[in-house]
Design a binder for this molecule. Structure first.
Ligand SMILES: [Zn+2]
Length: 399
């Protein structure tokens, strides 16, 4: 979910829909680290099956063929350089998990009667799981409202004091879902900690087509609940700065650049929502594969070596630099902060989130929180980003 609606001075962007919608992409793969499951053909990129912790997913090629892939358990020594970084990041993210009773979060659910039954408990479970990771990130009790709605709840959303903020970005999705299209996606509905009608609380949630079925949902959709919810954590620490407002999106981005806002929300939500390291590798592979191949946004064409990745990271700092900059920040940022967490640890990432409260620019914040410059972040993460796209490209090449 995007997040520019913090102040009247901040304008709305039609790119919001693009940022959440995504390329319904197509790819395929072969990778020596991956075992194929040959039982049946898959139908679309990101289709998944199996038990959490041991999932298989579909990689779909540009030539209209797909196959099931899964990652098998391997010891650390046999992981690639790219996977070793991922392993360290995944381990660090798991340190946020709290098994006992929550001390900082209380939930209120608003679940539509139109939400397909198989998703009701699923979304509640995903919310409760995310809370186990986010609880220690709040210093005091925070009330979080969680909304799970469908296109049939259009009127409810439109007239809701909180949900109405982003109402227009859902209209094309509602139209699609009404006509039975794009039912493999869910979309962020709320992702804020903000004051509404004098009450300051967290708001999170997603919308899903009322005709969606779990067997037709993409693996990426499994992390959207945790992604939107993580924005509540981020917002908690920028609440005071938000009240002052921003001079448009580029000003907002100097404080919370898209790779931090959206990319790191993905880094965390991928680690939170995937219940084994193997599933985590799988989710990244299918997600990155969507950005590769015939339908890839052209901004990804340039990721051919480390220095070009650095240039692209510089380019996407501001949405005004490139119409695809915002969308690119989800994947490039996810990998950038995965590298950051592997290298500097989850405690440094927590400082980065907490120090938003200082009201300083992101460049100043990362210096204070991790003692590195923005250039050092880009330079350090570039190889990992490059390897990630390369792995997905290899995976997608049909033999
Ligand atoms: Zn988001």
């Amino acid at each position: 979910m995007n997040s520019y609606r913090y102040n009247l001075r901040v304008f709305k962007s039609p790119l919001l829909i693009l940022s959440l919608s995504v390329v319904v992409a197509l790819g395929l793969m072969s990778n020596p680290a991956i075992a194929n499951t040959k039982d049946s053909h898959c139908r679309f990129n990101g289709e998944f099956k199996g038990k959490e912790g041991q999932l298989s997913a579909c990689i779909w090629s540009d030539v209209g063929k797909g196959k099931w892939i899964k990652f098998t358990k391997r010891n650390y020594a046999s992981l690639s350089t790219y996977e070793k970084t991922k392993f360290l990041a995944y381990q660090e993210i798991q340190k946020l998990y709290k098994s006992g009773p929550l001390s900082s979060i209380s939930h209120t659910y608003f679940i539509s009667k139109n939400l397909p039954a198989e998703f009701k408990s699923r979304y509640v479970n995903q919310t409760e799981r995310a809370s186990r990771y986010y609880d220690q990130l709040f210093p005091k009790l925070v009330k979080v409202n969680a909304y799970y709605q469908t296109e049939k709840d259009e009127q409810y959303i439109k007239s809701h004091p909180v949900l109405k903020f982003d109402f227009e970005m859902f209209s094309s999705w509602f139209k699609d879902w009404n006509s039975g299209k794009n039912l493999d996606h869910n979309i962020g509905l709320a992702a804020w900690y903000r004051e509404v009608e004098g009450v300051t609380q967290g708001h999170t949630g997603v919308v899903l087509g009322s005709k969606s079925q779990l067997k037709n949902i993409r693996l990426y959709s499994e992390q959207v609940v945790a992604h939107e919810y993580f924005h509540v954590v981020q917002d908690y620490y920028k609440f005071e700065r938000d009240r002052k407002g921003y001079d448009g999106e580029d000003d907002f981005a100097t404080y919370y650049p898209p790779i931090f806002r959206e990319g790191s929300a993905n880094t965390i939500s991928f680690g939170v929502s995937m219940q084994s390291f193997e599933d985590y590798l799988l989710l990244y592979q299918v997600f990155l594969a969507e950005n590769i191949g015939k339908y890839q946004p052209k901004i990804f064409n340039s990721l051919t070596n480390k220095s070009k990745v650095v240039s692209t990271l510089n380019l996407i700092e501001k949405r005004s630099n490139d119409p695809e900059a915002h969308w690119a920040s989800y994947s490039l940022g996810a990998l950038t902060f995965e590298w950051f967490i592997a290298k500097h640890g989850i405690e440094a990432f927590k400082r980065l989130v907490f120090n938003q409260k200082l009201g300083k620019t992101f460049e100043e914040n990362i210096k204070i929180s991790a003692d590195i410059t923005l250039d050092e972040l880009y330079d350090g993460a570039a190889e990992h980003v490059f390897l990630g796209f390369n792995a997905a490209k290899t995976a997608k090449s049909f033999s």
